[in-house]
Unconditional design. Structure first.
Length: 287
């Protein structure tokens, strides 16, 4: 579950942060095991620079569950400090005895900064909150952290059906990539990507999509996605994603170069040349 998506899906923002914690808790899917994953907010990073570039709001002090939620909630979410405080409050609230009746026979894996906690209740009266060392991670993006949690699930119970709730295309690309690279060889029954909002919400079967294309093309997707424009890279003028993807699909000789993107700090000259060739191809000319 992409927690950042949940924050932005709250329609009627309640009066206090305690009530907001209840609202978000009841938005969780009715599953026996839930992984609530959020970004880790670091002071100095490419991601923090991008967020600051988009705009930020003043820091708000959440003193406790009785603190009133700012009227413009989406502006509150523009501050990394505010989101850090909100995540800490959710962990504190959901692990309190108040939520014990709702946690009986359920387990929530909760990411807070670089740590992960298991929250559950055996008797419906008291809660148990324990750190999970195997899920400690310095990953900043929830996108890659979601993949870590899927891998954890497969190691502990490979027969699980997994549903990933996110509206982020980055997550979709990573799911396709890791399905081909690793998850396909496990005993995973099915992995679904729950995306969209409102009447546009839909379930996408990752296995079916991945099997519809050559494996080399799927393994080239992360490099292709970054090359054609993402959060930290600029996009090509008047190109978008679909046209370059169709070119990549029909020119498998470029698959290897896109697969090599990010594999090393030093980019090989052959890879540079092929990327230049592909760029020229996007604009309808040969180098």
């Amino acid at each position: 579950m992409d927690g950042n998506v949940m924050f932005h899906c709250v329609k009627n923002v309640p009066e206090t942060f305690g009530m907001l914690a209840q609202t978000l808790f009841h938005m969780l899917p009715a599953c026996s095991e839930i992984h609530f994953v959020t970004d880790t907010y670091k002071d100095i990073s490419i991601k923090s620079f991008e967020r600051n570039r988009r705009g930020h709001s003043d820091t708000f002090n959440i003193k406790g569950p009785a603190t009133k939620v700012p009227k413009i909630f989406h502006q509150f979410l523009c501050s990394d400090s505010n989101k850090k405080q909100l995540i800490r409050l959710l962990l504190s609230e959901w692990s309190s005895a108040t939520y014990a009746p709702h946690l009986k026979s359920r387990k929530i894996f909760f990411i807070c900064e670089e740590s992960c906690y298991s929250i559950t209740s055996q008797d419906g009266t008291n809660t148990d909150c324990q750190p999970i060392m195997n899920l400690e991670s310095s990953q900043e993006e929830a996108d890659t952290c979601i993949v870590l949690h899927i891998d954890f699930l497969l190691q502990s119970n490979s027969n699980s059906n997994i549903v990933v709730r996110s509206t982020d295309t980055d997550v979709f690309i990573l799911l396709l990539y890791f399905y081909c690279k690793k998850f396909k060889s496990s005993n995973l029954e099915i992995i679904l990507f729950d995306t969209g909002v409102g009447d546009k919400r839909k379930l996408v079967n990752i296995g079916k999509v991945a099997s519809s294309y050559p494996a080399d093309l799927i393994l080239a997707l992360p490099g292709f996605y970054a090359f054609t424009g993402c959060d930290s890279t600029g996009a090509f003028v008047r190109q978008g994603k679909l046209k370059p993807f169709r070119l990549l699909e029909s020119n498998p000789n470029y698959h290897g170069s896109f697969q090599n993107q990010g594999s090393s700090v030093i980019v090989m000259e052959d890879t540079k040349t092929e990327m230049e060739d592909f760029t020229c191809l996007m604009y309808g000319s040969n180098k």
